[in-house]
Design a protein around this ligand. Sequence first.
Ligand SMILES: [Zn+2]
Length: 88
Amino acid sequence: MSYSDKDYCRVCGLLQPEPPWGEEGRLPSFNICDCCGVEFGYGDATTASSVIFREKWIAGGARWHIPSKKPAGWDWNEQLRNIPAEYR
Ligand SMILES: [Zn+2]
């Protein structure tokens, strides 16, 4: 299985169990990202809003919304590479 931009959180780059904006990128799931806590469809609706949400999240210490889901040895610098280029 290979992943594409649509499989990752636009804010933090975490791989999602289902595409946050659907296969066509137009229907947000309204799920909450386990990592940055954004609700798909709101905070990540545009590039500008994604950037703002990301900056606030980083300023707050880049803490996981669901700490128990945080993998051992998690590396933010590694994950940020998955953020779709359009939303950086
Ligand atoms: Zn996220």
